[in-house]
Design a binder for this molecule. Structure first.
Ligand code: F6P
Length: 324
């Protein structure tokens, strides 16, 4: 192996830059040349390669977003476009590739590896933390902290008015962000797609919380359940007969995905990025780097494909227990 490519794909996640830096510097220190692909699979199809040297990845460990830029590229779902991408890799004499991204990016990496046997290694990076097979995905800790900081502020005003507040957080179809944010902010109620929570029960939970003397009721809802505003509308209808006149809704949105990565994300990105290069050098292909307990290792990519990652039921129970 002499030359590798690295790309970021799908939703950007804080820490992607730290991962690009780790891949580049590890590869160069092992005597490899590194090329960044601009805008993920789109750049692979359109032959947008850029050589990365040691200094090109300086001063980026603390930056959110991705210096290589990113895209969601539906063409990569079709074999004819993957062939084009493969031709471009051959043309640029690339022997292996590191794909930094989430579930959609892994689907592409998996198909690409199966089509051509090309050595691909995935690095998990998505604020949703929903990649099956890895305990952690780069960006999650920063997103959770961003949401916690915002909700701490919302709580001040919620208490002052004794209001019911709904805060919608990201996570796509998964509830990992909501669950962690709910526990870390001491939310009264956490709604996640993995656990059904009927609206009658929700209304009752609000009433009970008020009876217990709580000043405010903070409900964290994962976007995978429903939009915060639709939950708010339905809930208010149920609560009106009990004297409630309004519910305030905040959608945290893209604030969660931006900003400087936390130390945890920089550490994970550095360890995982380096491991991806070592995996290529060991001759591994069609694998992803994972965090398993405290260890960084590799697992076959297919573990992540089509298997929803399970939430930790104990954490969910804890969220409820501590909101008494
Ligand atoms: O996967 C990361 C994520 O931020 C999800 O939480 C969210 O549903 C989605 O991306 C938003 O995607 P886009 O940036 O394409 O609007």
């Amino acid at each position: 192996m002499k030359r590798i490519a690295v790309l970021t794909s799908g939703g950007d996640a804080p820490g992607m830059n730290a991962a690009i830096r780790a891949v580049t510097r590890t590869a160069i220190s092992e005597g490899l040349e590194v090329f960044g692909v601009i805008k993920g699979y789109k750049g692979l199809i359109e032959n947008k390669f850029q050589k990365l040297d040691l200094r090109d990845v300086g001063g980026i460990i603390e930056r959110g977003g991705t210096i290589l830029m990113t895209a969601r590229e539906p063409r990569f779902l079709e074999r004819e476009w993957r062939e084009k991408a493969y031709e471009n890799l051959r043309k640029n004499e690339i022997d292996g590739m590191v794909v930094i991204g989430g579930n959609g990016s892994y689907r592409g990496a998996y198909d690409f590896y199966n089509d051509f046997g090309f050595p691909v290694v995935g690095v998990p990076a998505t604020i949703d933390n929903d990649i099956s097979g890895s305990d952690y995905a780069i960006g999650f800790d920063t997103a959770v902290n961003n949401a916690v900081n915002a909700i701490d502020k919302i709580r001040d005003t919620a208490s002052a008015f004794e209001r019911v507040f709904i805060v919608e957080v990201m996570g796509r179809r998964a509830g990992f962000i909501a669950l962690h944010v709910g526990i870390a902010t001491g939310a009264e109620i956490v709604l996640i797609p993995e656990v059904e929570h009927p609206i009658e029960k929700l209304a009752n939970d609000v009433i009970e919380a008020k009876k217990k003397g709580k000043k405010h009721v903070l409900i964290v809802v994962a976007e995978g359940v429903a939009s915060g505003s639709s939950v708010g509308d339905i809930l208010l209808k149920r609560l009106e007969p009990h004297g409630y006149t309004d519910i305030r809704v905040t959608v945290l949105g893209y604030i969660q995905r931006g900003g400087s990565p936390t130390a945890t994300d920089r550490m994970m990105a550095s360890r995982m990025g380096a491991e991806a290069v070592y995996a290529l050098l060991r001759g591994e292909a069609g694998v992803m780097v994972v965090l398993s307990g405290k260890s960084i290792k590799t697992e076959p990519l297919d573990i992540a494909i089509n298997k929803p990652k399970k939430i930790d039921k104990k954490l969910y129970d804890l969220a409820w227990k501590l909101s008494l």
